[in-house]
Design a protein around this ligand. Sequence first.
Ligand SMILES: [Zn+2]
Length: 94
Amino acid sequence: MKRMTAQDIHINSQIKFLKKKQQNVCFYCKKLLKKDCTKDHYIPLSNGGKNEIENIVLACQKCNCGKANSMPLMSIKDAWNTSLKSNDILRDWE
Ligand SMILES: [Zn+2]
């Protein structure tokens, strides 16, 4: 078994934080996140995105793979607003 490093613990707490923030659903398709969820750089590193929590979202395998290195259409701030709004709508429907 692999030993946890300080880096791993840091990543785990990031994922915990993001899961809570995203209400445990994929940032893009809103499907419930499973164990295979991946950390996605909202703005790809290859496009100048930062490797920081502000630029990281959790996505399911399908969305992360499908997105590849394409540039997002809106800023992460707008994307969060949209994301949170749609979660509110979902809640109203329940
Ligand atoms: Zn997804």
